[in-house]
Design a protein around this ligand. Structure first.
Ligand SMILES: O=C(O)CCC(=O)C(=O)O
Ligand SMILES: [Fe+2]
Length: 157
């Protein structure tokens, strides 16, 4: 549950330049965006109708998300996972650059209020501000986002 009086949100527009190396043995250079979960509550994505590239990790496999015309993709983020006591999972996803075409996507990301306390049976109470600071710290010191695991109850910190 989040005690918050208002939320924050932003829109991000991406252009992933085409990459002839794409599909080439999972070469790092071919990835438009590496595997991650969003820190948001929800993320709403609008994709170019013809250019796919979004992949979602489900049942130990990466699945291609084929664009459907006039359809938005809604991803649940880390904050929804915490607020739902892990009932709804923050989906791991990544973006593959396209071999032939630039890829454009527009994302609308919704976040909790910075100082609203997120309480759950699975995680220590934290604010989005605490979460963001921890993510930044891990990125700087370890080079990757640890995310919600940092706040898990009964976890050494
Ligand atoms: O471009 C996309 O389809 C996804 C972008 C994304 O995952 C993100 O901005 O977090
Ligand atoms: Fe994402």
């Amino acid at each position: 549950m989040a005690i918050a009086t208002h939320v924050a949100s932003f829109i991000r527009v991406y252009r992933y330049p085409r990459c002839s190396e794409s599909n080439h043995n999972n070469r790092a250079s071919a990835w438009g965006m590496d595997a991650h979960t969003d820190s948001s509550v929800i993320s709403i994505l609008n994709h170019h109708d013809q250019v796919g590239g979004l992949e979602v990790y489900k049942d130990h496999k990466w699945l291609d998300i084929k664009p459907i015309p006039n359809t938005l993709v809604v991803n649940l983020g880390d904050m929804t996972q915490a607020m739902s006591d892990d009932e709804y999972k923050s989906v791991k996803h990544r973006v593959k650059a396209n071999k032939y075409d630039d890829r454009i996507s527009i994302g609308y990301f919704v976040f909790p209020a910075q100082n609203g306390v997120i309480q759950s049976s699975k995680y220590k109470p934290f604010t989005y501000s605490d979460f963001q600071a921890q993510v930044q710290k891990d990125l700087m010191t370890m080079g990757f986002k640890v995310g919600l695991d940092r706040f898990k109850l009964n976890q050494a910190s």
